[in-house]
Design a protein around this ligand. Structure first.
Ligand code: ADP
Length: 525
């Protein structure tokens, strides 16, 4: 007799328990042990093990009746298995060796029953039972025992699928979390299921507070510039029928309200994810921060308006004077011709300077500031500039006050001259009533300090730092009537910073502004 007499009853109970275990959340080791136990008891076997296939070899994954140490003895045999030249596994010698080891552990053991665990043609492992009886199994016995091995195969397969699905889930979670774009996944009722890290950053709302809440509660538009809100689109029939290819994704652009009340410019693309029957399962939304893009757009339009305004005046003057001077019916006297040509020259210079500044600003943006270093005598530089500017104004008195033995510094001569020229020209431009303009130079062991003071209109306190931004001009009646692009101080700031220095503006107690900058005496030290 091969199997126990009451095997039919037992078999039913065992298989029932095993199939329950398979559908519950027991881990693989436990399910395997349970199957092994059932098979061993059906065979009244003493010890048993299940070895799972790992590539070309097998590894013991579950045992009964032996210690973990003894299990290693079997492991060693199974690990040495090697495929034949044809790539097949010849298991017969292994069985013999295993029986030998089993007999060493318990000399009463006489028979090894080996059942392959096969699933969809794949050999996943082998179930071994060692026993004292040595009977010959009938086909029916084998079929019965094989059902245990098949259950084990299903358990292994399920566990692997589960592991695979789990890994995929983790991989997806990692991708979502590391994406630079904000991503949210909504369920069919538009409740947030997932909210990634980038989106938490953008909105200031952590995932724990966003997940589980309706889309419209967490996505609050301050202003929408493109596309309908998600709920409006859905009311209008989005995402439409399954086969209508068009309008599958929805794009919305505008400013989102962040948790702290500030706004962030974003573009959101919503894509529907459907069930096989076409019903909406999820909406996947990709949220992109377009602040920089917006800023660039705004800068571009500022640029265009500034440039067109600044170009218009000199070009109109040049054209006007040239037309007048060219008139063949007029006979201009020498002074008129000289005056006209002077205006043309001045305006051409202004245009040249404007183009120069624009080039410098765009170059600065593209490649940063590169300095050509030399010895620079700032005092001489300042005095020369003062001389030049003094010829252009009678309303202003310009003077220099330098501490004795003012040091020579290392710097870029041409660029530092630009800085000084810009500060002096601003001091003149923004003190329309005239007055005193003073450039002071002081120094200590490490730094030189230049301060340009005027008695002009001064600066509103909130503008003291903003004037160094690109294209920024203080809005006032005077600035709108004064030529300027808002580039001078931006460039001055870049030059001073590239030298390792600092530039800032302050208002004088008795009116007017002072622009200061400090530079290191020795660059890089
Ligand atoms: P621009 O003079 O071409 O407009 P700048 O970058 O040199 O550009 O200056 C930016 C803005 O800072 C000016 O438009 C003006 O509003 C303000 N500003 C600069 N210098 C002075 C000054 N000395 N007094 C008052 N306001 C000034």
């Amino acid at each position: 007799m091969f199997l126990l007499p009451d095997y039919r009853v037992r078999q039913r109970d065992y298989l029932l328990n095993i199939s329950r275990a398979l559908t519950s959340r027991l881990d693989l080791g436990e399910v395997l042990r349970m199957i092994l136990q059932a098979a061993a008891s059906m065979l009244s076997g003493e010890i048993g093990l299940i070895a799972l296939r790992e590539g070309d070899t097998f590894r013991v994954r579950a045992v009964i009746g032996i210690t973990a140490e003894d299990a290693h003895l079997f492991d060693a045999i199974l690990r040495d298995l090697s495929p034949t030249a044809k790539g097949e596994l010849d298991l017969a010698p292994t069985y013999t060796q295993m029986r030998k080891v089993a007999r060493k552990l318990d000399f009463t053991l006489r028979q090894v029953v080996a059942l392959p665990m096969v699933m969809a043609g794949d050999m996943l492992g082998i179930l071994f039972v060692f026993r004292a009886y040595a009977g010959t199994p009938t086909d029916n016995d084998y079929r019965l025992l094989q059902s245990f091995a098949d259950q084990a195969a299903i358990a292994v397969h399920n566990a692997r699928m589960y592991e695979f699905a789990n890994q995929e889930r983790q991989r997806l979670a990692a991708i979502l979390d590391h994406s630079a774009d904000g991503i949210m996944i909504l369920d069919a009722d538009l409740v947030v299921e997932r909210w990634n890290r980038a989106l938490s950053w953008m909105t200031g709302l952590p995932a724990e507070q966003a997940q589980g809440r309706p889309h419209d509660v967490v996505i609050r538009w301050k202003r929408r510039t493109l596309g309908p809100a998600l709920s409006e689109a859905i009311a209008a029939g989005w995402p439409g029928e399954v086969d209508s290819e068009s309008h599958e994704t929805l794009y919305v652009e505008g400013d989102l309200e962040r948790v702290d009340g500030t706004a962030i410019s974003v573009g959101i693309t919503y894509a529907p994810l459907r069930r096989p029957n076409g019903a909406l399962q999820n909406v996947i939304a990709n949220v992109r921060d377009i602040t920089h893009f917006r800023e660039a757009e705004e800068l571009k339009s500022t640029f265009i308006s500034v440039i067109s305004h600044e170009l218009k005046t000199p070009v109109a003057l040049i054209k006007g004077y040239a037309d007048t001077l060219r008139r063949e019916d007029a006979n201009w006297d020498r002074t008129t011709i000289q005056n006209g040509l002077r205006v043309i020259e001045e305006e051409a210079d202004r245009l040249g300077e404007l183009i120069e500044n624009l080039l410098a600003a765009s170059k600065l943006q593209a490649e940063g500031m590169r300095l050509e270093l030399d010895d620079v005598n700032l005092e001489t530089l300042v005095r020369q500039s003062i001389e030049r500017f003094q010829t252009q104004t009678t309303k202003h008195t310009l003077r220099a006050e330098f501490q004795d033995d003012f040091p020579i510094i290392t710097g870029d001569h041409a660029r530092l001259r630009q800085v000084i020229d810009n500060l002096l020209s601003n001091a003149i431009k923004y003190s329309p009533k005239g007055g005193q303009i003073t450039v002071r130079g002081t120094y200590d062991s490490k730094w030189v300090h230049i301060a340009v003071s005027d008695q002009g209109i001064g600066l509103p306190p909130d503008q003291l730092t903003r004037v160094f931004e690109r294209f920024h001009r203080v809005e006032s009646a005077l600035t709108s009537n004064t030529q300027g692009t808002g580039l001078g101080l931006y460039l001055a700031h870049a030059v001073v910073t590239a030298h390792g220095g600092r530039i800032w503006a302050a208002n004088n107690p008795d009116g007017g502004a002072t622009f200061h900058f400090v530079l290191p005496r020795n660059l890089g030290s």
